[in-house]
Ligand binder design. Structure first.
Ligand code: FAD
Length: 476
């Protein structure tokens, strides 16, 4: 089918202005925030209802055309990349909050709604949607569900799967199905947990009902500075060992601080090799204060030399600004960056960070670290100039070395960014052949033609291998 025929057909299903097939649309949707691999769609559609999504999926299935869901495109593993072309189904216009129940603390929204909009809608009731990826100004509920997104506060409050109560899914052949509801205690197997984190490979989630969490009444936020990175990672491990679960426990190394200084003129203590951002909360000032005093004592014992506490809400926002804008600030020190995502047991953080710096040296690439240290969830952020021949291959190889070490240390190749296309080759090392066979059988039971987001997560899918070599920066 030619592009004009596709545009005309899809335009009849939705409306012509919500079907994009021009070169700029194809370029705009050829990757997500993992820009190493690229593949352009044939068309992008912007449905506004579940019924429209169902029509588009049915149309694609009848013609064996692949389709891929996309939220804001902030994913960091190539999940929304249309690997075999076809139709990108964007939820950009599906942003409605459909129902808010303050009494029973849940809301239902279309999955194009952003994290920010969900929490803002219920802030007046001192409630919020707890998953808080640092991309939350724009990242969508659907993207959170597909990636089982986390964020700084998931150490205490849990990741997306802990907050989804129900969802509406358009399955591989365009049938609308609902799972769960506003009630946690439905009988039978837990399909919600299977769908959350399935990276858009088991259908398109169009609406979801999520839990709302009360905002803590007392919050203390602080920055702790260390002269050695090892002192900060040992502090993280000791805080958790002491039985303290801060609301957030984030680490930023001196390279990310340099980027933040350059980008936003943020100032940090001199000689600082790493900063911990710690947030303690509780139902009383005393509860939050006791936790923070204990954190401070542990940090000081292990070499913490500078403690700054936010005096008020504006001060808190300023401290969080450094954490939330860290990845964006990388643009000040290099034209390209790739943020990796792996998990290790917290006690292995000192050993792991040594390896991260060593690998970056070995490949002569810059690396900055900004991550959810309390969860043992690393984000080494490699920065480089992608115009240098061979550098992108080095970045990919270096990332794989780090992720292999995560597996060796008993961790995982992803904490929250998913597998996408980026880490597909490491899946067998993590799960073994038998483990992957089981995952494939579930995938193909629920997505038999493999048209729904093909070439993601599970390696060696038919038709994907030959395309793979062409993805590397090659859409145009
Ligand atoms: C600066 C920055 C900071 C980040 N910080 C964090 C963080 O702290 N924690 C964290 O977990 N992640 C973080 N991320 C990664 C990313 O923002 C999250 O994974 C987010 O949930 C993706 O949402 P999105 O709307 O951008 O999804 P997209 O990138 O558009 O899509 C991601 C995946 O979800 C699928 N998908 C999207 N919508 C649907 C749907 N409706 N139905 C089915 N599948 C769907 C896509 O096919 C794709 O596989 C960060 C990214 C950036 C760029």
């Amino acid at each position: 089918m030619g592009n004009d025929a596709i545009a005309a057909d899809l335009g009849n299903l939705l409306s012509a202005d919500r079907v994009l097939t021009g070169p700029s649309a194809r370029r705009g949707y050829d990757c997500d925030a993992y820009t190493v691999d690229k593949s352009a769609p044939t068309a992008v559609v912007l449905p506004i209802t579940t019924q429209e999504v169902a029509k588009v999926v049915t149309w694609c299935t009848k013609r064996s055309i692949p389709f891929t869901a996309r939220g804001a495109g902030t994913g960091l593993s190539g999940g929304a990349l249309p690997a075999l072309g076809g139709v990108v189904i964007s939820t950009k216009k599906m942003t409605k909050i459909l129902h808010i129940d303050v009494h029973d603390r849940f809301l239902t929204a279309q999955t194009g709604a952003t994290n920010k909009s969900l929490s803002e809608a219920v802030a007046v009731h001192r409630l919020h949607f707890a998953p808080d990826p640092s991309s939350g100004q724009v990242s969508t509920l659907g993207g959170n569900i597909a990636e089982n997104a986390g964020g700084p506060h998931t150490l205490k409050y849990g990741v997306t799967v802990n907050h989804v109560l129900g969802l509406t899914l358009v399955d591989y052949e365009g049938t609308m199905r609902t799972f769960g509801g506003s009630n946690h205690s439905l009988p039978g197997p837990d399909f919600l947990s299977l769908l959350v984190g399935s990276e858009g490979t088991l259908g398109i989630v169009t609406e979801a009902t999520v839990n709302l969490v009360p905002m803590p009444s007392h919050v203390i936020t602080s920055l702790l500075a260390f002269r050695e990175v090892g002192q900060s990672t040992r502090t993280v491990s000791s805080i958790i060992e002491a039985g303290i679960i801060p609301a957030a426990l984030e680490l930023m190394d001196k390279y990310i601080l340099r980027a933040l200084k350059l980008a936003f003129n943020l100032q940090f203590p001199d000689d600082c090799a790493a900063l911990l951002l710690v947030e303690c909360d509780g139902d009383s000032e005393q509860a939050a204060r006791e936790q923070m005093e204990e954190v401070k004592r542990i940090a000081e014992d292990l070499g913490g030399y500078d403690y700054r506490e936010a005096a008020d809400e504006a001060g808190r926002k300023e401290l969080w600004r450094a954490r939330k804008q860290g990845i964006g600030a990388m643009g000040r020190i290099a034209p390209s960056s790739v943020t990796h995502d792996g998990v290790i047991p917290r006690s292995k953080l000192p050993e792991m960070l040594d390896l991260v710096y060593q690998v970056a040296d070995q490949y002569k690439i810059g690396v900055a670290n900004i991550f959810h240290a309390g969860d043992g969830n690393l984000h080494p952020c490699f920065y480089f100039d992608d115009r240098e021949p061979g550098v992108v291959d080095h970045v990919v190889e270096a990332g794989e070395l780090i992720l292999r070490k995560c597996i060796e240390l008993g961790g995982s190749i992803t904490g929250e960014h998913g597998v996408g296309v980026e880490k597909i080759d490491l899946m067998e090392e993590l799960f073994g052949e038998e483990g992957l066979k089981l995952q494939s059988s579930i995938r193909f039971a629920l997505n038999p033609g493999n048209l729904c987001n093909p070439c993601k997560v599970i390696p060696n899918q038919k038709g994907c291998i030959e395309h793979k070599a062409r993805w590397r920066g090659n859409a145009w």
